[in-house]
Write a protein that binds this ligand. Sequence first.
Ligand code: NAD
Length: 286
Amino acid sequence: MGIIMKGTEVARAMKEQLKQETEQLRAQGVFPQLTIMRVGARPDDLAYERGARKRMELVGIECNVVELPEQISRQELEEAVRKVNGDPKVHGILLFRPLPPHLNEEAVIHLVDPAKDVDGMNPENIAKVFSGDDSGFAPCTPQAVIRMLEYYGIELQGKRVTVIGRSMVVGKPLSMLLLKKHATVTICHTRTVDLKETCRNAEILIAAAGSARMVTEEMAGTGAVVVDVGINVDPSGQLCGDVDFDAVEKKASYVSPVPGGVGSVTSSVLAEHVIKAAKMAAGKRA
Ligand code: NAD
């Protein structure tokens, strides 16, 4: 039976450190602040927003939400982003995506000030992740996977790591973060021919495909570390990951559940990034 990697435990451990850091900043007159920008009211966004607000409050970060109508024009949205960019009290901006189809997401992403882009969407931050430069912000979910592996003491250097998924939100940036930790990374996707074999050969297998329970027992190597990033709803309406947890748990040395896994660490990483942004802004003013 594998050890269950509990995201809530990782988040609890991070909370203490983050609280200390915000207290130090407050003592210096710096009040870390996150602004969430939400267009419309998608249930996923609202759920994440609730979790993020709670997490910010727990660690001493001020959090406010700019709610924008679903029918907002591109110009109005760009104006709203510029306004938050220019507000010196705001250290971090989280813009929920996907945006409604009539808005040009690419253009808006380019607009978010890279120094406040705490979910690593702006091409400037993505370029930093790809060049191994720590001075920017990686997207929170891939960074949460790294925090989880660190918390459980999983060594990455020289390890065969397979990532299923090559999106710009999870798979690709995660692969770059793993490479920076000197892992030997294989990226799989829908056109991968020998998926089963490539997964079974991995010492660490990370699933970010968005396909309910696609990682079966035979795809996990004996003793492998299996991290599940997927969030899916199965045909019976149950929330589940990309990993067939019950089957894989028997073979793996470590396995992360859904819910209660990587998703529970993401908002802590968001808080970590807001604090980093606040420190950077304070450093610039000093
Ligand atoms: P995406 O659809 O943009 O990308 C999925 C990737 O997986 C693609 O590159 C595709 O080629 C690959 N893929 C899909 N099915 C596959 C298959 N059967 N075999 C091999 N490769 C396959 O999705 P995404 O935005 O990268 O998100 C991936 C999953 O992670 C989703 O379930 C999403 O809900 C979840 N997610 C979780 C969090 C979190 O906080 N835990 C955050 C973001 C995304």
